[in-house]
Design a protein around this ligand. Structure first.
Ligand code: ATP
Ligand code: MG
Length: 139
């Protein structure tokens, strides 16, 4: 089934100059980029995005990292977009991520792991709506 997911090129990968590499991989994996923009989140915007993790011990550090510099957010569309993008990203911890995945190649720690992807249709809908309004989604 053709579906949509929200991808983020996180501040570590943007700062390291990997925007182009990651977008090239997205296109090679035959995703259609429906919308895209660069955003520098405030701390409270990062907290809103990651509110499901608000009780986790890493929440403070994660939201500080995610607001530390610009991100690139992408609305990605493809057959099985959610699971396929998570496969291409690899495991959360780059040290556990399979060869050939983005996190294995570009992640530097379990927190600074280069990319984000929605994990289910409900979270994808929330995350896409968090970043893109109706006009932007229509692109
Ligand atoms: P994402 O949601 O960013 O696509 P994920 O679904 O693989 O990643 P989650 O469990 O949802 O992982 O965690 C969200 C983010 O929080 C991770 O991508 C990572 O940046 C950070 N994170 C997760 N676990 C830890 C941890 N144990 N220590 C520090 N940061 C963590
Ligand atoms: Mg997640």
């Amino acid at each position: 089934m053709v579906e949509q997911t929200l991808g983020i090129i996180k501040p570590d990968a943007v700062a390291a100059g990997h925007i182009g590499d990651i977008i090239a991989r997205i296109e090679a994996e035959r995703f259609t980029i429906r919308a895209m923009k660069m955003v520098h989140l405030t701390k409270s915007q990062a907290e809103g995005f990651y509110h499901v993790h608000r009780e986790k011990p890493f929440f403070e550090s994660l939201t500080t990292f995610m607001s530390s510099g610009p991100c690139v957010v992408l609305l990605l569309e493809r057959e099985s977009a959610i699971s396929h993008w998570r496969e291409v990203m690899g495991a959360t911890d780059p040290a556990q991520a399979a060869e050939g995945t983005i996190r294995r190649a570009l992640g530097s720690s379990i927190e600074r792991n280069a990319v984000h992807g929605s994990d289910a249709p409900e979270t994808a809908a929330f995350e896409i709506g968090y970043f893109f309004n109706a006009l932007e989604r229509a692109g």
